[in-house]
Design a protein around this ligand. Structure first.
Ligand code: PHE
Length: 447
């Protein structure tokens, strides 16, 4: 059998995995979820979810992927032959299609904004202009589709090249770029007049804002942002070498991901408060707020181009990981070439994202269970499929796999000490499954 692909360098492992986690979830979704769900109180619940649910589930995914060294479906079949645990794998192959559906729409909008910013389409415009222009743009049937197709084309270009030449190489270049741009923005934002108010909104919790809905959304956000619950990290971990330290990688990824989300908040909320915009706007928050802000600061041209390039980069390194779950599956299970597998997947994503995009315009009267197509894909994937997948994966590792086997994987066969093993197992066996289940029920209004 041909040798299976791997990430070649240590940096590549981190860049690709952080690349998967850091994405629109941090820069686009986190600020508006925080804005709509009570600011600092949401951030606090979010961090608790990352620590007690996110980290254990991430380690569970790493253990499954690295030990089985196969796609999501095959990983479960290898570790638990003759059982039906691979259903989690199937869920994992479907979830990216829904996520790619709405995610590519936002990424497409971002590309359009890069173009607008670069061609001076944003200079000297009034705040009203940005609000109307955004609504007209997203409702139009054709223009967003052009950008969505371009974005999916970029994905195809990278993923069809394979794991180390495509994904790893792109991440090694794009991720450092992303961090540099982010830090520059953060510094700029702290000098805006509304910085104090913005930071207080983000860091001073009002506990009366926490209810079960807020907790459900914080949990969904944590799973989404850390790329958990659908096998992305199982697939990526299957490309880790035997020397990669799973606990260190998990802690690095979770910390950097949370850091970037907080940075995005630090960039956006001072701007929101400086220009009298409501922090509780939905998905349009960054698309209406920020172009306004850019017009009012020196160097508008360069800031706006940079910002939207930043979001595109972040989105791209995440979508390639979403695609990889399904591509590895199609390639290894059905023996399609990587190229053909990529073509099949990108085609399905094209169809889904076209539907999601049209739900802002011609299909805006079409509802599924009370949601527009776009919101349905987002809600189904982030608040249902990912937490449910996460719950099953942690039950699988906590209850089905042998304790010693897990310990060997986490310690790289005794190379490092896993002093926290007891706590981790407790979280995987009890805390994560029970908490996810309860939050589910209450968030869905069932008790
Ligand atoms: N974590 C990515 C983000 O924050 C999205 C994602 C979710 C990627 C699930 C892979 C799997 O944007």
């Amino acid at each position: 059998m041909a040798k299976r692909a791997t990430f070649v360098t240590k940096l590549g492992v981190i860049a690709a995995t952080v690349g998967s986690s850091v994405g629109l979830g941090n820069i686009w979704r986190f600020p508006y979820e925080t804005g709509q769900n009570g600011g600092a109180a949401f951030l606090l619940v979010y961090i608790l979810c990352v620590l007690f649910l996110g980290l254990p589930v991430m380690l569970a995914e790493f253990v499954v992927g690295r030990s089985a060294k196969a796609n999501v479906n095959r990983s479960f079949l290898t570790l638990a032959p003759g059982t039906h645990w691979n259903i989690i794998g199937y869920m994992g192959v479907f979830a990216p299609v829904f996520i790619m559906g709405f995610y590519s729409v936002i990424a497409g909008w971002t590309l359009d904004y890069v173009y607008q910013a670069a061609t001076f389409g944003m200079s000297q415009k009034s705040p009203e202009y940005f609000a109307t222009a955004f609504t007209e743009f997203t409702a139009s049937p054709i223009r967003p589709l052009f950008w969505i197709f371009l974005f999916l084309g970029m994905n195809y270009f990278i993923v069809s090249r394979g794991v180390s030449d495509g994904i790893e190489r792109a991440s090694n270049i794009l991720m450092p770029l992303l961090f540099v741009i982010l830090i520059a923005f953060c510094v700029r934002s702290l000098f805006l007049p509304g910085a104090k108010e913005g930071l207080s909104f983000l860091f001073h919790p009002d506990f009366s804002k926490i209810d079960s809905g807020v907790v459900l959304r914080a949990m969904g956000q944590a799973f989404f942002s850390l790329s958990l619950g659908m096998g992305t990290l199982i697939t990526y971990a299957s490309y880790f070498s035997d020397k990669t330290s799973l606990p260190k990688t998990a802690v690095t990824v979770a910390s950097l991901d949370t850091f970037v989300a907080v940075l995005a908040g630090v960039i956006i909320f001072p701007a929101v408060f400086s220009f009298g915009i409501s922090p509780s706007q939905g998905p349009e928050l960054i698309f209406i707020t920020l172009p306004n802000v850019f017009q009012q600061i020196p160097g508008a041209y360069i800031w706006s181009v940079l910002f939207f390039v930043l979001i595109t980069v972040a989105a791209l390194t995440s979508t390639i990981s979403l695609c990889e779950v399904a591509i590895a599956f199609l390639h290894e299970e059905f023996h399609f070439t990587r190229r053909r597998a990529s073509q099949i997947l990108i085609f399905i994503c094209l169809v889904m994202s076209t539907l999601c995009s049209l739900s802002f315009g011609p299909l805006s009267d079409f509802y599924i269970l009370g949601f527009s197509i776009f919101n349905f894909c987002d809600f189904l994937a982030s608040n249902i499929l990912l937490p449910a997948g996460g719950m099953l994966i942690s039950i699988f590792v906590g209850w089905k796999l042998d304790r010693q086997f897990i310990k060997e994987e986490l310690s790289n066969h005794g190379v490092s000490r896993v002093w926290y093993f007891g706590i981790l197992m407790f979280c995987m066996r009890f805390v994560a499954p029970v908490a996810i289940f309860l939050i589910f029920l209450s968030g869905l209004g069932l008790f």
